[in-house]
Design a binder for this molecule. Structure first.
Ligand SMILES: Cc1ncc(C[n+]2csc(CCOP(=O)(O)OP(=O)(O)O)c2C)c(N)n1
Ligand SMILES: CC(=O)[C@@H](O)[C@H](O)COP(=O)(O)O
Ligand SMILES: [Mg+2]
Length: 639
């Protein structure tokens, strides 16, 4: 490149897909190279979802080259692989802000761009959404085309198959692209994943033997398959694929890094009527060696040194709540062979890597199948096994009926280890665990516990594991306050709160008491110190410690509850219900997440937006109390 030439000569000319479509087809491989380099440079400084997007560079180019976006609709599944799409649709210069407060959203988001056709974050929604769009197009008599892009991991979810089942019968004009990289966040699992490999082998030998073999040989996983299929499938006629049986026209496998073949194939499929299915094969992390070799680590890294291929060192800190959970699971599994752990495709994030290594036959990764994860746990519990479902709060939303119908109604001892409770940070509103207290505490039989530190988390897991019914322990993303974690496991008194702070001013019925549920205890403590309020770590959302609520109400003039769940129907609502049941009237302020979807940023940023810093909590309590004063109580908060 001549000196002073822009580093990204083609890419920098693309401000929207129409610019891309103005380029010659022969220029696309160069755009792909620049796009990759741009992603590597930018994300090394900002962090974010990385390996999946490197794998979709050519597909994204080909889709925007062939499809007339934004009139045509591209629907991304999950959306963690949509960074190239964001770059090509006018957001190149903002990519460095992705996941940061006020910056680009972590996933496609309708408010952000007209090219983001459907808001995502959770997996396996793309085929349904695209089908809805295709059906709407038919009803409205339009001529837009619709394509869904779904990964092999996302394809393991029941919802994807519900959509395919429907699509096949509607004969809707749409394209489903299976982006098969043989990976979920961890290795993809299950019979379907094996099936994809078999389809690849048989189709490679059957339909694409001569035409595509050369191109396919460029993709390393396929090179091996080409060899195997030559050896094992000679003379065999490729059977109809599962997708053909479902009524979709199957095309593939196609090398998902051969942009020229992709353009040609997509141009052809775009014109075909009825539901089409294109199976492409890609490599997660493509074009960046360390990510190709270890796509798990590079799924969503923080900052890194691009030349060295090394992640920026993390600040030394104590174990995360996920690690506390993982350690607890290993420790108890060593003592109790009934314990098994189930994860719906979140081994790394849930802290189960070590458990998987040590107890491989007591570890079940069920794929992205939250509903199934809960019901299979129920089945295990019926037979005397002790299942622990390790699940993110946001993904448990998928399995709500299973939690009710299969677990709670039958009072089965399933332990839900709920990670990522409360705001999660960069993943934003789609991933925030804002609702679990509300949707679990209303279920008869269900116990709900919220630890305020790492040790309490360990002891609560142990306590709930002994419980003879369903129980949920919900803890936040990341580290806690860094307390000492006692190795010995001891059951906590069931349904009992812990007094953390008494008011300095003694005597009479005075001041307020703060009842804190879970991870915001430290913030509540700071506010309590400043306001000379009593403070309780309530520990149990359900069963609520009614004795404590009654005693606290008897000794104080006001109660404040604090939680990192929505205030609607949350732990504070539980306190209000209890007060009403006990016929106690006392000014009560419920503090928690507001009734809105919060933004993204660091977890602290989001808590700040929610008004949950210790300063904001204190100011809020003071304001509320002054209002009480105006209404005639005549009481001062700090005497
Ligand atoms: C309902 C739901 N469960 C779990 C996740 C977490 N998750 C995000 S990406 C991913 C793996 C997806 O694999 P795949 O679709 O093959 O995409 P790839 O990363 O391989 O490109 C998982 C499990 C999610 N986003 N949504
Ligand atoms: C896209 C997705 O759902 C996951 O990649 C998620 O972002 C992981 O979140 P954690 O980083 O909190 O494990
Ligand atoms: Mg995949």
């Amino acid at each position: 490149m001549p000196q002073n030439a822009p580093q990204f000569p083609l890419l920098s000319r693309i401000d929207c897909p129409a610019d891309l479509r103005g380029l010659a087809r022969a220029e696309l491989p160069q755009v792909a190279r620049e796009l990759r380099e741009f992603m590597i440079q930018t994300l090394s400084e900002s962090g974010g979802h990385f390996a999946a997007g490197l794998g979709t560079v050519e597909l994204t180019l080909a889709l925007h080259y062939v499809y007339q976006t934004p009139v045509d609709r591209i629907v991304w599944d999950v959306g963690h692989q949509a960074y190239p799409h964001k770059i090509l649709t006018g957001r190149r210069e903002q990519l460095a802000t992705i996941r940061k407060a006020g910056g680009l959203a972590p996933f496609p988001k309708r408010e952000e761009s007209e090219y983001d056709t459907f808001g995502v974050g959770h997996s396996s929604t793309s085929v349904s959404a695209a089908l809805g769009m295709a059906l709407a197009n038919r009803r409205l008599g339009g001529d837009r085309r619709v394509a869904a892009v779904i990964g092999d991991g996302a394809m393991t979810a029941g919802m994807a198959f519900e959509a395919l089942n429907h699509a096949g019968s509607t004969k809707a004009d749409m394209l489903v692209i299976l982006n098969d990289n043989d990976m979920s966040i961890s290795e993809n699992v299950g019979a379907l994943s094996n099936y994809f490999s078999r389809v690849l082998s048989s189709r490679l030998y059957g339909g694409f033997r001569e035409g595509s073999k050369k191109a396919l040989e460029m993709v390393p996983p396929l090179r091996e398959l080409v060899r195997k299929s030559e050896e094992h499938f000679k003379g065999m006629v490729a059977p109809a694929t599962l997708f053909e049986e479902l009524g979709l026209n199957y095309v593939g496998p196609v090398d998902g890094h051969d942009v020229d073949t992709l353009v040609e194939t997509l141009a052809n499929l775009r014109e075909r009527p009825g539901p089409q299915f294109l199976h492409i094969v890609t490599r997660k992390g493509k074009g960046y060696g360390p990510a190709e070799l270890d796509p798990i680590t590079w799924h969503g890294p923080g900052k890194f040194d691009p030349a060295a291929g090394k992640l920026a060192p993390k600040k030394p800190a104590g174990p995360s709540y996920s690690q506390v959970f993982g350690q607890w699971a290993c420790d108890l599994a060593a003592q109790d062979e009934r314990l098994v752990c189930i994860t719906p495709a979140m081994r790394e994030g849930s802290g189960l890597v070590e458990f998987h290594k040590r107890f491989p036959d007591r570890y079940y990764d069920v794929g992205i199948a939250e509903q199934h994860s809960v019901t299979v746990a129920a089945g295990l519990a019926c037979e005397g096994i002790k299942p622990v479902v390790a699940i993110y709060s946001t993904f448990l939303q998928r399995a709500y009926d299973q939690a009710i119908h299969d677990v709670a109604v039958q009072n089965l001892p399933v332990l839900f280890a709920i990670d990522r409770a409360g705001p999660v940070g960069g993943d934003g509103a789609t991933h925030a665990g804002s609702f679990d207290i509300s949707f679990l505490r209303c279920l008869p039989n269900m116990a709900v516990l919220a630890p305020s530190d790492e040790n309490e988390c360990r002891q609560m897991l142990y306590t709930s594991y002994q419980h003879e019914g369903p129980a949920a322990v919900r803890y936040p993303r990341g580290q806690g306050p860094g307390v000492n974690i006692e190795q010995e496991m001891q059951a906590l008194p069931w349904g009992k709160a812990r007094e953390v702070r008494q008011r300095k001013a003694q005597g009479g019925k005075k001041g307020i008491a703060i009842l804190s549920f879970g991870a915001l205890l430290d913030r509540a403590r700071e506010a309590a110190e400043e306001l000379d309020a009593a403070l309780w770590d309530m520990r149990f959302v359900k069963p609520l410690d009614l004795d404590t609520v009654e005693a606290v109400a008897a000794r104080h003039e006001g109660i404040v509850t604090i939680e990192d769940n929505t205030v609607l129907g949350g732990a504070g609502s539980g306190v209000l219900e209890a007060l009403s049941e006990m016929n106690i009237t006392i000014p009560t302020l419920v503090i928690g997440l507001p009734d809105q979807y919060l933004g993204h940023g660091s977890r602290d940023d989001v808590l700040e937006e929610a008004g949950l810093t210790s300063e904001a909590i204190k100011a809020r309590i003071e304001r509320w109390w002054n209002e009480q004063d105006k209404t005639g109580s005549g009481k001062r908060l700090v005497s």
